[in-house]
Design a protein around this ligand. Structure first.
Ligand code: NDP
Ligand code: KPL
Length: 311
């Protein structure tokens, strides 16, 4: 994979961050539902501009030259439709790297794709400025691996390519646990900050602080039942430590769910909250606070899907 050809499907914030970083040393094609400008700019956390010319294509008119690896960088709710549009065009055996948050499409696409599937969990932060510019808000770290622990050599090679491109990445054999840990953090922080319209750090203040604990307790009991451990410490105390560490470290952030709500976009609630509630059901655990947030976000999603009222 020295001169790897990457298709990056989903030319949003994360897709363009990965594309522009990789474009230095690899052939990159950004694939979307619409055509986007071929000259793209990445504003780096160090306030410099990285300008790159990349190939672009539409998902309904894919390039003839097939890729060595496909990165799927749509939102979680868009991943399966994007994969359906692509899958028939890819030679069997083409590796797929899933970058979605939550734990929803990953098991299904891992079973369905005709080739190795790796999942990524990343703390890189990026947001779109416009059709030709994306901001890399802060450096992070990426873990990648397959849900069944196979394809370690491929994961190692891709981790090397991403790291050399400036996106520090580690191949791991426990990506399922890493995805659930990120989901746990997102399930506590995102619905609250989206509901109240606040930055992550404001969760430290009254009256929001008291709202964190009941969500934390529900998430901790569900994940304990699932056999998922926090990175440090055990049980509720370990999950509490992790969530508050992230709140501190990302205090100035407007979380992705808040950004989606403010922009009138669908949120990733089905990928973040629904898997927890499904697990709660299996273990016969009550999770009323998580359920209330999921209901509210589902009602919002239904309203978004309605045609606007006619005057
Ligand atoms: N941004 C970040 O910093 C991080 C994001 N993530 C995760 O990465 C994923 C992507 O997030 P993000 O980049 O922020 O999201 P964006 O909404 O910025 O980007 C998603 C892109 O996917 C495109 N898309 C949707 N459906 C299709 C399709 N069928 N075919 C081709 N393109 C399609 C969208 O295009 P259109 O304009 O047509 O809708 C859009 O360009 C999410 O799961 C997110 O949680 C994880 C960590 C950090
Ligand atoms: C960790 C957190 C909450 C940081 O903002 C995040 O991942 C998100 O915004 O979705």
């Amino acid at each position: 994979m020295t001169h790897t050809r990457h298709w990056i499907v989903g030319p949003g914030a994360l897709g363009r961050l990965i594309a522009l970083r990789l474009a230095e040393d690899a052939a990159v094609t950004l694939i979307g539902r619409r055509t986007i400008p071929v000259v793209q700019t990445l504003l780096t956390p160090e306030q410099s501009s990285l300008v790159r010319r990349v190939e672009v294509a539409r998902i309904d008119a894919l390039p003839r030259e097939v890729p060595d690896v496909v990165h799927l960088t749509t939102k979680a709710h868009g991943a399966e439709a994007a994969h359906r549009a692509l899958a028939g065009q890819l030679p069997a055996g083409t590796p797929l790297l899933l970058w979605q948050n939550g734990f929803d499409c990953q098991p299904r696409l891992s079973a369905r794709h005709r080739g190795p599937v790796l999942c990524a969990s990343t703390t890189e932060g990026a947001y779109v400025q416009d059709e030709a510019q994306v901001t890399h808000a802060g450096h992070g770290h990426t873990f990648l691996g397959s849900l069944d622990g196979r394809h370690g050599a491929l994961a190692g090679r891709l981790a090397g390519i991403l790291s050399s491109a400036g996106l520090p990445t580690e191949a791991v054999d426990d990506i399922r646990v890493r995805l659930w840990r990120k989901l746990a953090v997102n399930a506590v922080i995102n619905p609250l900050v989206a509901h109240f319209g606040i930055r992550n750090g404001e969760l430290r203040d009254a009256p929001y602080r008291d709202r964190v604990e009941p969500l934390l307790a529900e998430v901790a009991s569900i994940l304990t039942a699932e056999g998922i451990t926090p990175p440090d410490g055990e049980g509720l105390e370990g999950w509490r430590r992790l969530v508050w560490q992230v709140i501190e470290a990302t205090a100035a952030n407007r979380a992705s769910m808040l950004q989606d709500v403010q922009a009138g976009r669908l949120t990733e609630h089905e990928a973040i909250l629904a898997p927890l509630l499904e697990a709660a059901g299996r273990h016969r655990l009550a999770a009323p606070h998580l359920a209330r947030h999921l209901d509210t976000l589902r009602a919002r999603a239904d309203a978004l899907a309605q045609p606007p009222p006619r005057c």
